[in-house]
Design a binder for this molecule. Structure first.
Ligand SMILES: *[C@@H]1O[C@H](CO)[C@@H](O)[C@H](O)[C@H]1NC(C)=O
Ligand SMILES: *[C@@H]1O[C@H](CO)[C@@H](O)[C@H](O)[C@H]1NC(C)=O
Length: 142
């Protein structure tokens, strides 16, 4: 191999490493496919959960969830920037929250272990789990 070729490979490797790291990829998270669930865990159907989720490239539309209702979607994490990021507007009667349900920090942190993020709306706020058990509260309703 010529020296130039070796140098080119080296530069390319560093470039891709840089790109991947900036986008939330790490050797500890090799998953590329993820699922996000948003579940209605409210105590009453008097006011259903109104949900609207989207990313930069996709609008997942408006959904009305009743007790136990589960809105979920699958996607592949982007390799090239900008990083994959999904947000949801959640409305419950007069209460409202905008939640980032998936971004590169969540991948690094937690969803990567299971490939799945679970979000659950309850009367006192929004809970999160990566396994659909042992949820913890992340946001209070505004
Ligand atoms: C979703 O609901 C919002 C608020 O009610 C409305 O402004 C928007 O047009 C709706 N979008 C679709 C795709 O129905
Ligand atoms: C999450 O757990 C609940 C309660 O055990 C169950 O009813 C539901 O089907 C589970 N959802 C998924 C996607 O596994």
């Amino acid at each position: 191999m010529s020296k130039t070729w070796v140098i080119l490979c080296f530069v390319a490797a560093i470039f891709f490493q840089f790109l991947a790291t900036a986008n939330g990829w790490s050797p500890f998270c090799t998953k590329t496919k993820f699922t996000v669930h948003v579940v209605d865990g409210l105590s009453s159907n008097a006011q259903p959960l109104l949900l609207h989720c989207w990313s930069r490239d996709q609008d997942l539309g408006n959904h009305t969830l009743y007790i136990g209702g589960d809105f979920f979607f699958h996607f592949r994490q982007r390799f090239f920037p900008p990083p994959t990021r999904f947000q949801c507007d959640m409305n419950w009667g007069p209460k409202h929250l905008q939640v980032t349900v998936f971004d590169k920090d969540r991948v690094k942190d937690d969803c990567c272990k299971t490939g799945t993020c679970f979000w659950r709306a309850q009367d006192d706020g929004i809970y999160y789990s990566n396994s659909n058990s042992s949820y913890f509260k992340v946001y209070a309703w505004e």
